[in-house]
Design a binder for this molecule. Structure first.
Ligand SMILES: [Zn+2]
Ligand SMILES: [Zn+2]
Length: 283
């Protein structure tokens, strides 16, 4: 079976372990056909990130060049063994697309894919931007309330999906607010907002990631849930797989088990990216 892992980090972001080469070698060991190198894009140029320890979240602007050159060299070095695809995981910040693009546009032609993510929420009249998937901000869940976090998250994701200035290919870890196993009280209201988001994703025609990193977290399931993947399938939304590896051993995490779930739901192909162009592989 052809397996591809489109979501991997490395020591560059300062909270993952191992060099990019170690991840590539781990992927070869697993006989993957493709590894997507997708470290966190820099944050330091963003506004209103006073509370965010962004020094530990991502590479910095001056490090972009080395990240790309290293990945390009590895693509060449291991081309007989594996496809190395080069990307970034980029956080969406409402109304900050222009400054992001100042830094992203010059390197975009060297990328194969972009994962669009939201890890940071900034409530209107709130305490300022905070990282809802960072355990150091657990008190903010109590402050805002679990349902409000889910609702605001999906509404922020809708803004990302509808922003014509935010260029991306793949929605990463769609139901991330469940990471710490926080369950919404009013599931129906949250599900409605989630469905609205899926419909807008369908309209934009981007791909969604099945992220097995969730299986390593308190929620103990992939992002998104089986219930959501079924909705995605009926909307005919394309998918691909990512381990969100933060250690080389995380590469292709529980892919065998997860691909069985996907096939049972009905999926028989996965998206693949090359120079930002999508095609599909059979599974
Ligand atoms: Zn990370
Ligand atoms: Zn992420």
């Amino acid at each position: 079976m052809i397996l591809e892992d489109w979501h991997s980090h490395n020591e560059g972001c300062r909270h993952a372990k191992g060099s990019i080469e170690e991840y590539v070698r781990a992927a070869i060991k697993f006989k993957l056909r493709t590894i997507g190198v997708s470290d966190h894009f820099p944050y330091e140029f963003l506004e209103d990130i006073e509370r965010i320890p962004y020094e530990e979240y991502a590479i910095t602007l001056p490090e972009i060049e080395r990240y790309l050159t290293t990945s390009e060299d590895l693509r060449e070095k291991y081309k007989e063994d594996i496809n190395v695809r080069i990307g970034f995981e980029i956080d969406y910040f409402k109304n900050q697309e222009p400054v992001l693009n100042t830094h992203l546009t010059p390197v975009k032609k060297r990328l194969d894919f972009i994962l669009g993510s939201i890890h940071i929420l900034n409530f209107f009249n709130g305490k300022g931007a905070w990282g809802f998937d960072d355990s150091r901000f657990r008190k903010d869940y109590d402050f805002y309330g679990v349902d409000e976090v889910y609702m605001f998250y999906y509404q922020s994701l809708q803004k990302m999906v509808n922003s014509n200035k935010f260029d991306f290919d793949i929605i990463a870890h769609f139901d991330l607010p469940k990471k710490f196993n926080d369950i919404p009280t009013d599931k129906e209201v949250v599900d409605n907002e989630m469905m609205k988001t899926l419909e807008q994703i369908k309209k934009r025609d981007v791909t969604m990631e099945i992220n097995t990193g969730g299986l390593r977290k308190d929620c103990k399931e992939q992002y998104p849930s089986v219930q959501i993947i079924k909705e995605m399938y009926s909307l005919d939304i394309p998918i691909l797989m990512g381990s969100d590896a933060h250690k080389p051993e995380d590469i292709a995490w529980k892919f065998d088990k997860t691909i069985k779930i996907l096939k049972k739901i009905g999926y028989n192909k996965l998206a693949h990216y090359n120079r930002r162009k999508r095609n599909f592989i059979e599974i």
